[in-house]
Design a protein around this ligand. Structure first.
Ligand code: SF4
Ligand code: SF4
Length: 247
């Protein structure tokens, strides 16, 4: 039940190149506009992560900020699909995982099963909602809205069977650096990443929620507390270099 049948249809896939992301949120905003995603909910969300680093010029502590765009991973072994009690979630021959809103019973079992925070209950329609690679745009020979709008060329998208598609060209060049987010979940996602563990600290994966939707408040500042130790004031006995000495 969890394997797409072999057909002549395209096999859509994506690589997110974290080495290029500038954290501008254009993808998540375009997604909201294209798919009328309700306020406070996301089909595409960009996470920020601040972490301590060393300034390469003066060797002093400094901070760096990493960015992690997320969306439905279109898992080949999709826990949401297996968890749905009404079979409202299905995978099309092209690999896209869809929610049939007419069959959704709002049980939230899919939300609890998803390791990537990719599903939410829309507060207007009151049924489950998530990214479907902008399937309506693909039918019109258009790229997903996030791919179209990204100013940094982060998303390599296309037919995995077509060696000339952007995703295949990217994989041919950088395939050894490409991997799944939360690989331990073994969902065989169609969305893969370059730069997890290099351009972006692996710890950032923990910001992407498991079993619940994205938190609208979890953007930039929630890692600052973890940085306090790196920037705590020097002990009182150590005079500041600019403090004038008495006598
Ligand atoms: S990312 Fe979540 S919603 Fe998308 S296919 Fe995988 S389990 Fe389902
Ligand atoms: S639009 Fe591109 S550069 Fe901007 S946050 Fe999204 S992926 Fe990153």
């Amino acid at each position: 039940m969890n394997n797409a049948s072999a057909t002549a249809s395209p096999q859509w896939g994506m690589v997110v190149d974290l080495e290029r992301c500038i954290g501008c949120h254009a993808c998540s905003v375009a997604c909201k506009v294209e798919n009328a995603v309700s306020l406070g909910f996301f089909r595409t969300k960009v996470y920020y992560y601040d972490y301590a680093a060393t300034n390469p010029f003066n060797r002093q502590p400094t901070t760096k900020r990493a960015f992690l765009p997320t969306l439905c991973m279109q898992c080949t072994d999709a826990p949401c699909l297996d968890a749905c009690p009404t079979d409202a979630i299905t995978r099309a021959a092209d690999g896209i995982v869809h929610i049939n809103v007419d069959v959704c019973d709002r049980s939230r079992d899919c939300i609890k099963a998803c390791p990537y925070g990719a599903i939410h209950i829309d507060p207007v329609s009151q049924v489950a909602d998530k990214c479907d690679f902008c399937a309506h745009r693909l039918e019109a020979d258009m790229a997903p809205a996030c791919v179209e709008v990204c100013p940094a060329g982060v998303f390599a998208f296309g037919d995995l069977k077509d060696p000339a598609s952007p995703v295949s060209v990217f994989n041919a060049k950088h395939g050894t650096q490409v991997k799944a987010m939360k690989a331990q979940e073994k969902t065989r996602p169609r969305v893969q990443y370059r730069g997890l563990g290099t351009a972006v600290p692996l710890a950032m994966e923990k910001k992407v929620p498991t079993g619940r939707p994205h938190d609208p408040m979890s953007y930039e500042t929630d890692t600052w507390d973890q940085l306090k130790a790196a920037f705590s004031p020097a002990p009182a006995s150590t005079p500041h270099p600019t403090t004038p000495r008495k006598g």
